[in-house]
Ligand binder design. Structure first.
Ligand code: SAM
Length: 708
């Protein structure tokens, strides 16, 4: 859902004031000094970083506001990292909630008062998310910092955060206007959620010393003390989450039942993960892991990268949005916005958001927008409803007139429709190679072609003891491959050892025993590569209707696509070329733009792998059929949260991206990497659940009530 933005004015000191609350965003005296004193000092942040032994430190804030606290913390973390390059603490996570995000110009104006934070403020401004409810993950690699800006009410959001049993948060910045001006926020439910999410030893600091805040935090398990407040304020509160209370709450953290995401032990930097696959799923998860210092061997049975569904020369990049904020649409919207952030970092030569002189691999692309034509009555009703519901910010999708659409397209088109300004097209094979090349600059990443995945074995202690190779003994997973050396009929088996295996295969999953208990839906799609010709040679935006057409790349336009279920063959069919042309001619019957199009038979067909509910699959992969017996309670009507978490397994999957991999792969990969490293998850809990591989098994169990 689109969220309500803040309405602010600036007072005589230049400090922003929220009209709704009648309170300032930060001290009139000195915003930076207040942040340093109350939040950084109150949590002893820098001292705690020095003593920290984990790879990441997690700060959570209530009330992002102008982002001042975030910028101060991020700047301090950069100083810490520069002064301690070999310290085990490598990454700062800053999680912040915001119910009324500031319009970007107001945020920028407010931060102009802090020239010492110019670099940080500019970085935030270029990555500032739009006003859409949910989690917006933004990487500030040049500061070794990740921001998760959660738009929505803190009370709705904290309960959505998933926590490892040892807790998630190291320090709390309790901001959010004075309790007298915003009493709703300072409620016991907030303090209880803070306790649920806190690690043992987590601290909090807040500018207020209100009695009910003090009592509420104490009741939730924090040891609370008063100290001198900032500036003219007499007192403020600080506190720590102590051991005893934490142990009583540890069980509550696993409330999600079978979808609990942190079942295996956290994967640490320098671990070794094998990723099987050669397309977007494999490449995005490889980059997400490598950025965390995890070494990856990418194995596939082909000659080169991107030979399957990620091999089409051009792919449309846009979210598929409904008129309601359905789970499917929210996955699309958030995946699209996150991917857009990742692609801009990866593809934009002027981007400064990386902390090393990363070499960028060229990727053919054009963020030229995507027009969804209103080409028949049914679509007109759907599009009208989407606009009327006002669920999505206009910055994401907006109505467009025939005149404006024609201007965007550079071709006269007699259609109105919807326009996705940030969309466009990308070359998926270029992107796959660029993602892998970038991953190689963060960690030890090797790509092994002609390696066909056969099976894997989880090693127990006696298996390990029998291994002669000391390196192998250090791992607990043996993965068997059939290797063809390029010489016909000559192949041999090879075992690689790893800490975790990720099966990121597309159509290759069909028929693999590892996927036997996942319902897979392969779909063949043929896309034409039409020689550029008048009038479409002028096309400057992606056009979508029942099919899609892109501006030219190397004098050819992508024109797609057919959609044939359960067909695994990939030969090009003349009949499907005709079908693709007809789809365009029928949908755009009101114009002669496509009526005379000629094709020369140049096309590509591939199998995309999907799932029955059309959502991606990201998470642990197990023999779900065998696990069903543990969830029989669900068939008796017991609620999901009563079911025990699924057992740990060192095997995961990222698959079923269908034809939407350009949109969904990056966020699904980031979700998986965050899960494996026990970091904060970049998605609302309901969306995490909706993409979990176990969902099909659980639905079967629940449905069996009605079958009996
Ligand atoms: N930390 C901010 C900064 O660095 O600029 C200042 C925070 S300002 C004092 C308080 C913020 O809390 C406002 O942006 C306000 O919209 C937000 N807020 C108030 N109630 C909230 C709620 N229930 N959930 C989430 N955010 C809330």
């Amino acid at each position: 859902m689109k969220s309500q933005q803040a309405s602010v004015h600036f007072n005589e000191n230049g400090t922003p004031v929220a009209d709704h609350f009648g309170d300032v965003y930060f001290s009139n005296d000195s915003g930076i000094n207040e942040t340093q004193y109350v939040f950084m000092g109150g949590n002893s942040i820098v001292e705690r970083w020095q003593a920290h032994s984990n790879p990441s430190f997690v700060i959570a804030e209530t009330g992002f506001g102008t982002g001042l606290n975030f910028l101060v913390a991020m700047q301090a973390f950069k100083h810490f990292r520069n002064a301690n390059p070999s310290h085990p603490l490598k990454q700062l996570f800053f999680l912040s909630t915001e119910k009324f995000p500031l319009p970007k110009p107001d945020m920028e104006k407010a931060l102009l008062s802090f020239p010492a934070l110019k670099e940080e403020a500019t970085a935030l401004s270029t990555r500032y998310p739009m006003e859409l409810d949910g989690c917006h993950r933004r990487h500030f690699d040049e500061f070794d910092t990740t921001l998760d800006l959660w738009i929505g009410d803190v009370h709705d959001l904290l309960s959505q955060w998933h926590s490892p049993t040892a807790g998630l948060i190291d320090a709390w910045f309790l901001d959010g206007f004075a309790p007298s001006k915003n009493p709703d926020m300072w409620a016991d439910t907030l303090f209880e959620q803070m306790a649920r999410l806190s690690k043992v030893g987590a601290t909090f600091a807040t500018f207020t010393a209100a009695g009910f805040v003090k009592r509420g935090l104490a009741a939730a398990g924090f040891t609370v003390s008063k100290r001198k407040g900032f500036g003219r304020k007499r007192d403020m509160l600080v506190g720590v989450y102590e051991t005893e209370a934490a142990s009583t709450l540890a069980e509550k953290r696993a409330f999600e039942g079978p979808y609990y995401r942190y079942t295996q032990a956290a994967i640490a930097p320098k671990s070794h993960v094998i990723v099987v696959g050669n397309g977007l799923a494999a490449a995005t998860v490889t980059l997400s892991l490598a950025k965390r210092g995890i070494n990856v061997t990418v194995c596939h049975d082909q000659e080169a990268l991107a030979t399957g569904a990620s091999g089409n020369p051009q792919g449309g990049f846009f979210p598929q949005l409904h008129s309601e904020a359905s789970i499917a649409s929210r996955i699309q919207a958030h995946s699209f916005l996150y991917a857009s952030h990742i692609y801009h970092t990866l593809l934009d030569d002027n981007d400064t958001s990386t902390n090393t002189a990363l070499k960028k691999t060229p990727v053919a692309h054009d963020f030229c927008g995507v027009a969804q034509l209103n080409f028949n009555e049914k679509v007109a009703v759907r599009q009208k409803k989407l606009v009327a519901n006002g669920v999505w910010p206009e910055a994401l999708i907006k109505p467009i007139s025939p005149e404006a659409l024609s201007e965007k397209a550079s071709i006269a088109l007699p259609y109105d429709g919807l326009f996705i300004e940030q969309g466009g097209w990308i070359s998926p094979p270029d992107l796959v190679r660029a993602l892998i090349e970038q991953a190689k600059q963060y960690a030890d990443v090797t790509v092994l072609c002609h390696h066909e995945y056969l099976s894997h074995t989880v090693l127990n202690d006696s298996d390990k003891a029998s291994l002669s190779d000391a390196l192998a003994q250090a791992h607990h997973l043996a993965v068997e491959f059939s290797v063809t050396a390029g010489i016909e009929d000559s192949s041999h088996n090879k075992t690689l050892y790893a800490d975790h295996l990720i099966l990121a295969t597309g159509a290759g999953a069909v028929g693999s025993s590892a996927f036997a208990s996942l319902p897979l839906r392969p779909v063949r799609g043929q896309v034409e590569a039409i020689t550029t010709q008048a009038p479409i040679n002028a096309l400057t935006t992606v056009i979508c209707h029942k099919g899609y057409m892109t501006p030219a790349l190397n004098n050819r336009h992508a024109l797609g696509s057919t959609y044939i279920k359960n067909d695994l063959s990939t030969e090009v069919r003349a009949q499907e070329s005709e079908q693709n042309l007809q789809t365009h001619q029928q949908a755009m019957a009101n114009t002669d733009v496509v009526q005379q199009l000629k094709h020369d038979g140049e096309a590509r067909a591939a199998t995309r792998l999907g799932s029955p509910d059309h959502q991606p699959v990201s998470g642990m992969l197990a023999d779900f059929s065998a696990l069903k017996t543990q969830y029989v309670g669900l068939s008796l009507g017991k609620p999901l949260y009563t079911a025990a978490p699924l057992p740990a397994t060192p095997v995961s999957t990222l698959c079923c991206l269908g034809s939407r991999g350009l949109t969904t792969a990056s966020l699904m990969a980031e979700l998986l990497a965050s899960t494996l490293t026990h970091e904060p998850l970049p998605l609302n809990n309901d969306l995490c659940q909706a993409v979990h591989p176990a969902r099909f098994m659980v639905r079967d169990c629940i449905r069996s009530i009605f079958d009996e």
